[in-house]
Design a protein around this ligand. Sequence first.
Ligand SMILES: [Zn+2]
Length: 119
Amino acid sequence: MIKAIQRSISNAWRWAYRKWDSIGSDRRIQVIAGDTLPPKLPRRDLVLARDGDEDWCVGMQCPCGCGMNIELLVIAEAKPRWDVVIDSNQRPTLRPSVWVQRGCRSHFWLRDGRVFWCD
Ligand SMILES: [Zn+2]
């Protein structure tokens, strides 16, 4: 009974957070020089670490609000790796979907700077 109440509160919180987040502007991506991400990532925008003409990784804070940093490798040799496409408005699209393997276990797509949840 208590468990069920806790679960419904946490579901309501998650729903409200996503709703609130979806009202915000599109996420954009900032390109920084180097092959590593800064320890502190922006709350909303993404960061792409680019060394010379080689893209290394993309970082973002988990969009569920848990505060976790998500790091995705985009270099050709990495496995697993992601494709990042940036449109003329600096809005990123990531392929494939992002699945956080620990903590909140968020699963989402990022398309044109917007988060689409898989659950
Ligand atoms: Zn999360």
